[in-house]
Design a protein around this ligand. Structure first.
Ligand SMILES: Cc1cc2nc3c(=O)[nH]c(=O)nc-3n(C[C@H](O)[C@H](O)[C@H](O)COP(=O)(O)OP(=O)(O)OC[C@H]3O[C@@H](n4cnc5c(N)ncnc54)[C@H](O)[C@@H]3O)c2cc1C
Length: 326
């Protein structure tokens, strides 16, 4: 029987294991189940390669409470910091293990099933983030243009193309900056004309690109339809002044959402769209915790807030469940 089963090897899951080892739980009594072939899959997939990973993401205070911390760094340095944590705390990460079922048994322990096997543990921590299913637009994406539409910028290289970035947050701004640097002709569609969800640096960088006419703003714009047009895609806007425009690629940066079905199936209580978490990020099910982006609420999370949530969860676990040497 494991002491701790952690689901998801992103910043939250990895720092959870680090906190547990530091609290005296033997590393061989902890397992991390990760559905992808490498840890921190959201960072690898959704961050542009040259991105500056900011410690105060979304204006959150860069204040670290636990064992893991981050200062402004590159994407590669962030991944390598997490690599080092896996090594130093001798973490047992089982890659290509996608969790589809978690049962709390009558004795209070958990049985966690992946597509590869099952694991029994005293405590279960879910740290699967929000980017497993990026948000999709509410109009249809016709099958003929599906290959021209993407929700990240690492799956396939985008070069020398007419690209439309759709969104209004930090990711949208960073995608536009990156695609412009890569030599694409970038347009930017957002339904408002002010960027209240972007940090100051991203807002300034994007506005500077608009001013230098390196990125074409299509603001106060609502897309109503996508249509195939030769080997490209025609984007129809609801506003007469924007009309319809042709692009090679559309990149959506609409954020992610709570995997509500997955969590409700486990019996976790919800308040509207948000899972209910109590002190120390414990759910309505005793011994089952939700950390990282999953419990960050509407404003979204950051790497440091994921690290901090693991620290708080571990304090609660030591207080109520496991024998720790804190
Ligand atoms: C484009 C972009 C830019 C960002 N820039 C910054 C920044 O500069 N600074 C900053 O602090 N934050 C930034 N963030 C936010 C930051 O990436 C997240 O807050 C952080 O990654 C959350 O960590 P997490 O561990 O909760 O989730 P994630 O990082 O999403 O990790 C979840 C892990 O769980 C795995 N998983 C999912 N489902 C399952 C399953 N069923 N079974 C097993 N494993 C599963 C995933 O493969 C993944 O590895 C950015 C986010 C995006 C999208």
């Amino acid at each position: 029987m494991l002491e701790l089963i952690i689901i998801g090897a992103g910043p939250a899951g990895l720092s959870m294991a680090a906190e547990a080892v530091l609290a005296g739980i033997p590393s061989e009594k902890i397992v991390i189940l990760e559905k992808s072939e490498a840890h921190s899959w959201s960072i690898r997939k959704f961050y542009p390669d040259q991105k500056l990973v900011t410690a105060n993401y979304k204006g959150k205070a860069a204040l670290c409470k636990g064992v893991m911390c981050l200062s402004d760094s590159s994407k590669a340095d962030t991944i390598s910091y997490l690599d080092q944590a896996i090594e130093s705390y001798k973490m047992n990460v089982k890659y290509l293990n996608s969790v589809h079922k978690i049962d709390r048994r009558t004795d209070g322990t958990f049985l966690v099933e992946t597509d590869k096997g099952s694991y029994e543990g005293k405590i279960c921590v879910i740290a699967i983030g929000m980017m497993g299913k990026p948000n999709k637009p509410d109009y249809a994406i016709p099958s003929e243009v599906r290959d021209l539409v993407t929700f990240d910028i690492t799956t396939k290289p985008i070069r020398n193309s007419d690209v439309l970035v759709v969104g209004g947050g930090d990711s949208a701004s960073e995608y536009a900056q990156y695609l412009n640097q890569e030599g694409n002709r970038v347009s930017f569609s957002y339904r408002k004309d002010e960027f209240s969800r972007m940090n100051e640096i991203n807002q300034k960088s994007l506005t500077a690109l608009f001013d230098r006419q390196e990125v074409m703003p299509i603001l106060k714009s609502n897309i109503t339809e996508l249509r195939p047009y030769q080997n490209k895609v025609e984007v129809v806007f609801g506003e007469a002044e924007h009309g319809a425009k042709i692009f090679d690629v559309i990149v959506y940066a609409l954020g992610g959402s709570t995997p509500k079905n997955f969590l409700s199936l486990l019996g976790i209580a919800f308040n509207g769209e948000e899972p209910v978490v109590k002190d120390g990020f414990e759910t309505s099910i005793p011994g089952l915790f939700l950390i990282g982006d999953l419990s960050a609420g509407k404003k979204g999370g950051s790497i440091i807030s994921a690290f901090n949530s693991a620290h708080e969860a571990m304090q609660k676990i030591c207080q109520d469940y496991l024998e720790c040497k804190l």
